[in-house]
Design a protein around this ligand. Structure first.
Ligand SMILES: Nc1nc2c(ncn2[C@@H]2O[C@H](COP(=O)(O)OP(=O)(O)O)[C@@H](O)[C@H]2O)c(=O)[nH]1
Ligand SMILES: [Mg+2]
Length: 452
């Protein structure tokens, strides 16, 4: 545990800016209670109050004028969000009062908190590990129930526990290597080498499972990018509008109407889908349209799913399909035949819909969902990697373990083997914050909002 008393005391409004029934300012640090007490008039001195108690009274300025009547909550170190002494003042939600309060605190040497600074202190004081700190930001920014659930699991420690376990396994292997492995004594060591290799394989397999969960984790956290592409006039914009249940994009009988990319979001069963309506892919001289088509190709490259829309009365566009394959994989493409209301014919090699009547849209949505979300693969209790930083660290750990195995097979010296093992341990440690550079920390906490 870090000595928190060297740090300055910080404060920030932790509720949204603007008017509301109540706003809250949080103060954290060794001077929090003493300083608030100097501004407070109530029945009891705050410096004598017990932890986890609430006090009614007035906050006054230096001229003894009342700024507001408030409720003050006291949380004493180490039982607080940051692990330091924390005071939270609830006041009437007027931005002017917030300003006056903040001004008083600044004159008493309480500095404004940086974005994420409370949570950073919680991490530095051992209240939460790094992946849990990241989960707090994810909870605040989650926009669907699925992403909220995922972040909740991460905060509850599903990832932390799993990573800690894997890290301990590797530490044990390392000690086996460092204490016992000595290739000079060939005969006995063969069994030990086998044992060590087995153990490495088991850990590697678990890391691989976590890596595989990233596809789903990313869907949960960030949603699925869906590009709607095809020839002009096949009904791409009509489909977007139908899915949004509003007329968002201009629909017209003239080809080349959509020139810029239109991005909208829908939630299907609690999962987020980001839809990109694009300019039709056709040969054109129009400069604006050409620029739009370049953007369409970009959208295809970035898409998790490409909805390849065809007009059923015009048939399948082979040319466009081949072009799509230069920017994406076959597996990502879902072929759709639109305007099925105009033709009474079953088509086998695609999903038939009508953006006009809504026919077949439910089938399409199910297909989109099924191709990205493997709901059955994971339970509520599965550790799912949803953070790119964690994914990269796990990938690196796996590489280090592969190198370790190679060194064992090549009968390298024990020092050699343990270097890679130690690197792998560090990679896992980075995820939960056992080893971190100031750069990583700053990068993570800068993404928070002020007050968190
Ligand atoms: N009958 C019918 N017409 C459609 C359907 N979807 C789109 N259209 C019409 O096809 C034309 C082109 O539609 P639009 O959505 O602008 O196509 P985009 O260029 O691919 O975006 C418009 O006149 C639409 O009303 C459909 O499912 N059935
Ligand atoms: Mg369009």
């Amino acid at each position: 545990m870090i000595n928190t008393h060297n740090e300055d005391t910080i404060s920030a409004i932790i509720t949204p800016l603007g008017e509301g029934p109540v706003s809250v300012i949080r103060i954290s640090g060794s001077m929090a209670i003493e300083t608030t007490d100097k501004l407070f008039q109530g029945k009891q001195k705050l410096t004598e109050a017990k932890s986890h108690t609430i006090h009614y009274g007035n906050i006054i300025n230096s001229k003894k004028e009342i700024i507001d009547n408030v409720l003050v909550s006291i949380f004493k170190s180490p039982n607080s969000y940051t692990g330091e002494d924390v005071v939270e003042i609830s006041f009437h939600g007027n931005p002017l009062i917030a300003q006056m309060l903040t001004k008083e605190l600044i004159t008493k040497n309480i500095r404004q908190a940086l974005p994420g600074e409370f949570t950073k202190r919680a991490f530095l004081n051992g209240k939460i590990d790094l992946s849990q700190a990241e989960a707090i930001a994810d909870i605040i920014f989650a926009r669907t129930e699925a992403s909220l659930r995922g972040a909740r699991n991460q905060l509850d420690g599903l990832i932390s526990n799993k990573i800690s376990l894997l890290r301990e396994q590797l530490i044990e292997i390392t000690s086996l290597v460092e204490l016992e492995l000595d290739f000079a004594e060939e005969d006995i060591e063969l069994i030990k080498t086998d044992d060590i290799e087995n153990r490495i394989n088991i850990t590697m397999k678990e890391i691989e499972e976590l890596l595989n969960s990233f596809k789903f984790g990313r869907v949960i956290r960030d949603g699925v990018n869906v590009a709607i592409v095809g020839d002009t006039n096949v009904g791409k914009s009509s489909l977007l509008n139908y899915l949004l249940k509003e007329s968002r994009a201009i629909v017209n009988e003239y080809p080349g109407t959509t020139r810029d990319i239109i991005r909208e979001e829908i939630s299907v069963d609690g999962y987020l889908f980001k839809l990109y309506d694009t300019a039709g892919l056709r040969a054109t001289e129009d400069k604006v349209e050409i620029e739009g088509i370049t953007k369409s190709r970009e959208a295809v490259k970035n898409a998790d799913i490409v909805l390849f829309i065809n007009d059923v009365t015009r048939g399948f566009s082979d040319n466009i399909y081949s072009e799509l394959l230069t920017n994406t994989d076959k597996e990502r493409i879902i072929t759709v035949f639109n305007k099925i209301d105009l033709k009474n014919k079953d088509i086998e090699n695609g999903i038939c819909v009508s953006a006009l009547t809504g026919q077949g849209i439910d089938v399409l949505l199910n297909e989109i969902k099924a191709s990205t979300i493997d709901i059955n693969a994971y339970t509520e209790q599965s550790a799912i990697v949803s953070n790119l930083r964690h994914y990269e660290a796990l990938k690196q750990a796996k590489n280090e373990l592969a190198l370790t195995k190679k060194s064992i097979e090549e009968k390298m010296s024990e020092e050699f083997i343990s270097i890679n093992l130690r690197n792998a341990i560090n990679c896992l440690g980075e995820i939960i914050g056992k080893v971190t550079s100031e750069d990583i920390l700053n990068n993570i906490f800068a993404k928070f909002c002020v007050g968190k």
